[in-house]
Design a protein around this ligand. Structure first.
Ligand SMILES: Cc1cc2nc3c(=O)[nH]c(=O)nc-3n(C[C@H](O)[C@H](O)[C@H](O)COP(=O)(O)OP(=O)(O)OC[C@H]3O[C@@H](n4cnc5c(N)ncnc54)[C@H](O)[C@@H]3O)c2cc1C
Length: 464
């Protein structure tokens, strides 16, 4: 199955291509293919990673410590929101009032070498904590595709990776320290203030601002990554076995190419793969590819087939925290729904068939992953083993034709939207999907009776 030794250069090209090259119908301007600068407190305006959400906070605060945060929250004149890395595609963080960043509340508060739990400041970025946790003998049991996110944001939306036995970040939470809009500090866990704890594991930042999360980690470990191209029908034909036999299994499949890229991660004690000494200027090649696809109508399919044809397999070994993230060097918008695991493949086939029959196009592949069931009240994985399907469109292309076509298919299969990604559901449609909806709402109303943590988006998705 693995035809060659690791080829990082071609792999990076394809990976970024999958993320960026899909730019088929996009009018790419010089320089617009690169990762945008992350907005920071003090900037004139706030925007999310894709640039699709923008606002002008009256104050964008970056407290030095928890005491300063409490004082600033008490003094905030109107509503307030908190942001981590602003990687959510939905309008969760958008506000023209007060916005908080917790960038200075970062790092390890404490850790327990016996239980392998660690209490982390909520502003800690995933990319900054892998090595410190490794030094403590700990690691997250799973991570998603990228690692700039904050712990607060990852838990705030149930950010997940792939692996049928592995839950989202929210499922790893064992305790929270939360500051309400009125400045009250609550420490909650499964025994103490259990209702606040269950609501705060996936809070959407609507209960207050969490300053610390205690996470259940595991012993530090290494992963071996295998990635290869395979016909989609063949991948789907042995799906159950692939999911069962690998710690992490996922694939990306295309609307106009038959091959799917399959990726597995499994624990290993093998030696680390050396870091390549040379890398191709990936962004420039992909911008060029995208411009060709854009300037010649009907080139989406050929460009997809070109990108898949030049693919070469990957084998890579390293510390888990270094193996999980992949480059995402071009901006896109994304919709993702979490489906009952047993319905995932059928839903995927219907999406592929529907889009292929339509005039709607995207060069981006669909991403297909698995997540374990959890018990977090507002987690999309609550109470059910999950197959997660993501649809992407380049940031400069109107995503609505594609997402409007696909979203009703997700509904048909009982999907729950990823809170951090684009969807059109409101509270009336979301409430029946969550058995603990009313429990969460009671906690939210008690902790924030004046609705000071809400913005327009949260009023839409939370207020019936
Ligand atoms: C390129 C890219 C790749 C991605 N890959 C994945 C993936 O593999 N898997 C996946 O599941 N998702 C993925 N996402 C989505 C992303 O992980 C989530 O949207 C996540 O919430 C972003 O984290 P953040 O720190 O940027 O949070 P933000 O987007 O800034 O905030 C998210 C939510 O958390 C709340 N919040 C943040 N900090 C706190 C706090 N301290 N207390 C209370 N609430 C808080 C915010 O108010 C908001 O409601 C990806 C997004 C991008 C742009």
């Amino acid at each position: 199955m693995f035809e060659s030794a690791p080829d990082h250069r071609r792999r990076r090209l394809l990976k970024a291509g999958l993320a960026a090259g899909a730019a088929a119908s996009l009018p790419l301007l010089p320089g617009c293919g690169g990762t945008p600068a992350e907005p920071k407190p003090g900037d004139a305006a706030w925007h999310n990673w894709s640039g699709g959400q923008k606002s002008n906070p009256k104050a964008w605060l970056n407290p030095r410590d928890e005491s300063e945060l409490i004082a600033q929250m008490r003094a905030a004149p109107a509503s307030m929101r908190v942001t981590g890395a602003s990687h959510s595609f939905s309008a969760l963080c958008k506000t023209d009032d007060t916005l908080f960043s917790l960038d200075q509340l970062s790092g390890v508060v404490s850790h327990d070498p016996v239980t392998l739990q660690a209490t982390l400041w909520a502003g800690t970025r995933l990319r900054d904590i892998g090595e410190p946790l490794w030094q403590l003998g700990q690691a997250f049991s799973n991570q998603g595709d990228v690692n700039p996110q904050s712990i607060g944001g990852a838990c705030g939306t149930s950010t997940h990776g792939t692996g049928a036995t592995l839950g989202s970040f929210s499922s790893m939470v064992r305790g929270v320290r939360l500051v309400t809009a009125e400045g009250e500090v609550i420490e909650a866990n499964a025994e103490k203030d259990a209702d606040v704890f269950h609501a705060a594991t996936t809070s959407l930042g609507a209960l207050g601002i969490v300053t610390q999360f205690t996470l259940q980690n595991r012993a530090a470990y290494k992963l071996q990554e295998h990635e290869w191209m395979e016909n989609l029908d063949s991948v789907l034909g042995k799906l159950d076995a692939s999911v069962r036999d690998n710690r992490h299994f996922e694939f990306w499949c295309f609307f106009e190419a038959k091959g799917a890229i399959v990726k597995t991660l499994n624990e290993t004690d093998a030696a680390d793969t050396p870091v390549p000494s040379f890398e191709l200027p990936v962004d420039h090649i992909l911008d060029l590819t995208s411009k060709i696809a854009d300037s010649i109508p009907g080139m989406d399919g050929p460009m997809q087939r070109f990108l898949t044809a030049m693919y070469s397999p990957v084998q890579r070994v390293g510390r888990a925290y270094a193996i999980f993230p992949s480059p995402r060097n071009s901006r896109f918008n994304e919709m993702e729904y979490e489906l009952p695991a047993e319905k995932g493949a059928e839903c995927l086939k219907e999406i592929l068939e529907t889009v292929r029959k339509s005039d709607v196009r995207t060069l981006f592949p669909l991403e297909y992953r698995y997540v374990a069931a959890d018990d977090c009240w507002l987690s999309p994985m609550q109470g059910r083993a999950t197959a997660a399907i993501s649809v992407h469109q380049h940031h400069s292309v109107d995503y609505r034709p594609l997402f409007d076509l696909v979203e009703p298919i997700f509904w048909k299969y009982g999907g729950r939207p990823h809170w951090g990604k684009l969807h059109t559901l409101d509270a009336r449609r979301l409430a029946p999907l969550y058995p603990h909806w009313d429990d969460y709402q009671k906690v939210r109303a008690r902790l924030d009776p004046k609705g000071r943590m809400l913005n327009e988006h949260l009023k839409k998705v939370l207020m019936t």
